[in-house]
Design a protein around this ligand. Structure first.
Ligand code: ADP
Ligand code: ASP
Ligand code: MG
Length: 442
């Protein structure tokens, strides 16, 4: 069995919904994981923001506008009275529910319930569409099996057991549809796998069912060697290892959710990135095999904060690092990059939830300096310890901008560099020119 995940643009309109039919109706068994229609989750986030600010009228107006938009999609998508009226009822039911929440107090839980509407509607629409055409399919609710634990990690035992039960009940079906992104938390409440989480849903489902392959269908033909939103003429990479793809996803390649490679790597399940607009393009295949190449790809992760801790007491002392790390552990804040000298340590984080508390705690260890609006550039390639030279092409590319931190040797397949976010576009473009000179960058 395979798992197919279709992202927001792949279900972005009535036309795109119809274009999925030949891709999924090929007489092989598959689980189809869907995102919300493009723009929906952003609109639901905006609506929740207004709700959290107490602007209930404004959130109600937004809700009504979305309800109308979805009615228009339903009009364009269904031709029979039966399925059209089911779709219109479904839209009213979901937006009626959202509207009813606005009469209650805002809470994080109510926000999660609102954010779940997009995937609940898109999956129902696909199921209705297939039913209208006469193609058998079944919809299994992700909230019946997808669950995260108290640390926000997938609860694999629960997921496996519950998904197995759901699948056993629909054993003969070829097309099994479910929602990406949404899940329950350890308390049974509606939650989600964070923005872009449908990729993660797909690989978690792939791992839980030991699928033959996970296919992530999106609006671009595979993972490119640089961020196409900032660099022109980027090129697709045909093969990547799990480790390489995981680094790129974690360090900002938006095509994949940051954690989405982990479940596939754990069970050695190939992940294929495909383009719904060009289904014949082979895209990118991610497996355990790495084909060495000096430079493969570049990605950038914004929203980084650097903390510099300086103390003369560090000189020749031991136990210092432990004390610093304990602060981050205490506030459940992961560190991305770290560099050290005899008297100072620089660390980066991307989660500012406990920044003030962390700075306060670190101040008892040394003088702390904080710098925000930083970006980590990650270059994936062959950086195994026996590589000759220090990758001068990277540093030549960056020689017109301030380089704040460098992490070389931490991993055999990547180098990370910290820069000011304002220098990101120039850095990415210059890296493409230097590392991938065969590309025609304008
Ligand atoms: P979906 O809605 O299908 O999940 P996303 O918008 O989340 O799609 O991801 C696809 C987008 O990721 C592409 O349109 C592209 O702009 C962006 N992207 C960023 N970095 C890369 C990269 N290295 N390779 C391919 N796409 C990338
Ligand atoms: N709809 C969700 C989002 O926009 C999940 C996803 O698209 O993967 O974040
Ligand atoms: Mg995505």
């Amino acid at each position: 069995m395979k798992v197919y995940k279709f992202g927001g643009t792949s279900v972005g309109s009535a036309e795109r919904f119809r274009a999925l039919i030949p891709l999924i109706n090929d007489n092989t068994k598959k689980i189809v994981v869907l995102s919300a229609m493009a723009g929906t989750t952003n609109a639901l986030v905006d609506m929740s923001q207004l709700f959290s600010e107490g602007k209930k009228k404004a959130s109600g107006i937004k809700c009504e506008a979305m309800r109308k938009q979805y009615h228009a999609v339903a009009d364009a998508l269904f031709s029979s009275e039966t399925w059209s009226s089911k779709a219109h009822d479904l839209v009213d039911e979901h937006f009626g529910y959202v509207d009813s929440l606005f009469s209650k107090e805002y809470s994080r839980h109510n926000e999660k319930r609102i954010l779940a509407r997009g995937e609940l509607i898109s999956t129902a629409f696909l199921h209705f569409l297939l039913s209208e055409i006469g193609i058998p399919s079944v919809l299994i609710p992700a909230l019946n099996f997808m669950r995260i634990d108290k640390d926000g990690e997938p609860d694999y035992f629960y997921i496996r057991e519950n998904l197995k039960r759901e699948l056993a009940a629909v054993n003969d079906e070829k097309i099994i549809i479910t929602q990406g992104f949404i899940c329950r938390n350890a308390y049974g409440e509606t939650d989600n796998l964070r923005r872009g989480g449908s990729d993660y849903s797909a690989t978690i489902i792939g791992a839980a069912t030991e699928a033959e392959e996970v296919q992530i269908w999106t609006d671009i033909s595979g993972l490119h060697n640089n961020d196409p939103r900032f660099v022109k003429n980027t090129r697709v990479i045909r093969n990547l290892s799990f480790d390489e793809a995981a680094e790129l996803a974690y360090f900002g390649a938006k095509i994949l959710h940051p954690s989405s490679i982990n479940p596939a790597r754990m069970k050695n399940i190939p992940v294929r990135l495909k383009n719904t607009m060009e289904p014949s393009d082979e895209g990118t295949l991610i497996t355990s095999v790495s084909i060495p190449k000096d430079y493969k790809a570049v990605a950038a992760k914004d929203g980084i904060i650097v903390l510099r801790v300086r103390s003369d007491r560090m000189l020749m002392a031991y136990g210092f690092m432990r004390r610093i790390f304990e602060v981050f552990e205490g506030f459940k804040t992961p560190i991305d990059m770290i560099t050290t000298s005899e008297v100072s340590v620089s660390l980066t984080i991307d989660d500012s939830t406990y920044l003030d508390e962390i700075v306060k705690a670190l101040s008892s260890i040394g003088v702390v300096e904080v710098e925000k609006e930083q970006t980590i550039i990650c270059v994936v390639g062959d950086f195994r310890p026996d590589r000759v030279g220090s990758a001068p092409e990277i540093f030549e590319a960056l020689n017109t901008i301030p380089v704040k931190m460098i992490s070389y040797g931490g991993s055999g397949n990547s180098v990370s560099i910290l820069i000011n976010s304002s220098d990101k576009t120039v850095a990415l473009q210059s890296l493409s020119l230097n590392l991938f000179p065969e590309d025609d960058i304008q």
